[in-house]
Design a protein around this ligand. Structure first.
Ligand SMILES: [Zn+2]
Length: 110
């Protein structure tokens, strides 16, 4: 069965909303004032650094999802951006934001 662009788009938009909420929650947490206690401040800074990593990962995924939705709108979803061949259905199912086929993506991280 061919992955259905409409249901994939619905799933991508739901994921986009969840990621957007996560980024907002992280930014909210980072706006909290530091504790007066110096050791508490150190812990809070470490937490902020961990959150930065989570936020960066979420932002990168948001960018990939927006690109995938753009490809659905353009009617090129499921085509490899590098070679133009169809991306294997199993790959799209596992990773709907994949922009390249396995052969092209294995050249660098996708
Ligand atoms: Zn390719």
């Amino acid at each position: 069965m061919k992955p259905d662009a409409i249901s994939i788009r619905t799933a991508l938009e739901a994921r986009l909303a969840a990621l957007g909420a996560r980024v907002e929650a992280i930014e909210e947490a980072q706006r909290e004032p530091l504790d007066d206690d110096l050791s508490e401040q150190a812990v809070a800074r470490e937490d902020d650094e961990a959150l930065d990593g989570v936020e960066r990962a979420a932002m990168a995924e948001i960018a990939r999802i927006r690109q995938a939705i753009g490809r659905i709108e353009a009617g090129t979803f499921g085509q490899c951006l590098a070679c133009g061949e169809p991306i294997a259905e199993a790959r799209l199912r596992a990773s709907p934001t994949a922009a390249r086929c396995i052969a092209c993506a294995s050249d660098d991280a996708d």
